[in-house]
Ligand binder design. Structure first.
Ligand code: C2E
Ligand code: CA
Ligand code: CA
Ligand code: CA
Length: 279
């Protein structure tokens, strides 16, 4: 299951990776166990409002420290889990955790918008809205506090089915974000029909925005497109003050990236918030 980076933001799997490899099957049954045994963790990465410089929210990202293989990147195990039912367990676990965390922060008077990633399978699962409603009821969150991130490519895998689920989640009050924008092929006709709140520009464009004239044009045009469709724009992969300033001049709304913080544990995040407020 080794992945090699051929270029920033692109993962290429070696030919030894195949669906039925014993290694993959073992890893997936171990992931299943790791979920049940609470061996997975959610890290949180701050999202900053560009204009005010204030903390806007946080994205939850799963972390797995495998007892033998050590740290395994979600870019490796999420796509594997997506081919099996394991993803449903992982999503359920992540939703419960993030909703509970969000309720905690709001009880402390911190009005953060908490983002959680959904996968392609989730978006085609007609049970998802009811499952989410159940978790919301048991944790006491307001759906408007949650941002559900769905990738451009998962919407486009089956646009009609996705639209139906997105519509239901929207009617329930959830904010919806289109993730990894620019890496798939979207039909603007579908994008216009989707009740989305946010568009996230993929980090592969953002990280080269200072060097590449093409990427700068794409980022600028995407921000304008999103604003014309009534969407807020988050740029991910913001690694420097220069990129932050450039995005601000492009009228981008929210920034996320190592310039502010990597994804960190809850304890580290709570500390980060104290320091950020004091700064
Ligand atoms: P994503 O949703 O696009 O998440 C953003 C990724 O960019 C994260 O990688 C984050 O750590 C990384 N990142 C953030 N800022 C920077 C930066 O300034 N520079 C660079 N180089 N990278 C930055 P991570 O945590 O490894 O996650 C990879 C992918 O795995 C995610 O991409 C998402 O597609 C998936 N994933 C992670 N957690 C979950 C989860 O709980 N559920 C699902 N379904 N997918 C998840
Ligand atoms: Ca995401
Ligand atoms: Ca993304
Ligand atoms: Ca990504």
């Amino acid at each position: 299951f080794m992945a090699a980076k051929s270029h920033e933001g692109y993962e290429v799997y070696t030919p030894s990776f195949d669906d039925h490899s014993p290694r993959r099957l073992t890893l997936m049954s171990e992931l299943r166990q790791a979920i049940e045994r609470e061996q997975l963790h959610l890290y949180y990465q701050p999202k900053i409002s560009l204009k005010s410089g204030q903390l806007y929210g946080a994205e939850a990202l799963v972390r797995w420290h495998h007892p033998r293989h050590g740290f395994i990147s979600p870019d490796e195990f999420i796509p594997m889990a997506e081919r099996t039912r394991v993803i449903k367990h992982l999503t359920l676990w992540a939703l419960k955790k993030t909703f509970r965390q969000c309720a905690d922060w709001h009880n402390q008077g911190l009005s953060l918008i908490v983002s959680v990633n959904l996968s392609t399978r989730d978006l085609h699962d007609p049970e998802l809205p009811d499952i989410i409603a159940g978790i919301a009821a048991s944790t006491g969150i307001n759906p408007g506090w949650m941002m559900l991130e769905i990738t451009e490519s998962s919407i486009m895998t089956d646009p009609e089915r996705s639209l139906d689920i997105i519509q239901r989640l929207h009617e329930m009050g959830y904010q919806l974000s289109i993730d990894d924008f620019g890496t798939g092929y979207s039909s603007l006709a579908y994008l216009k029909k989707m009740p989305l709140t946010e568009l996230k520009i993929d980090k592969s464009f953002v990280s080269d925005v200072l060097q590449s004239e093409n990427d700068a044009v794409i980022v600028k045009a995407t921000i304008n497109l999103a604003h014309n469709l009534g969407l807020k724009v988050t740029a991910e992969g913001v690694e420097s003050k220069q990129i932050f300033d450039l995005l601000n001049s492009y009228d981008c709304d929210i920034a996320q990236g190592y310039f502010f913080s990597k994804p960190i544990s809850i304890d580290a995040f709570n500390l980060w918030m104290q320091n950020h407020a004091a700064a």
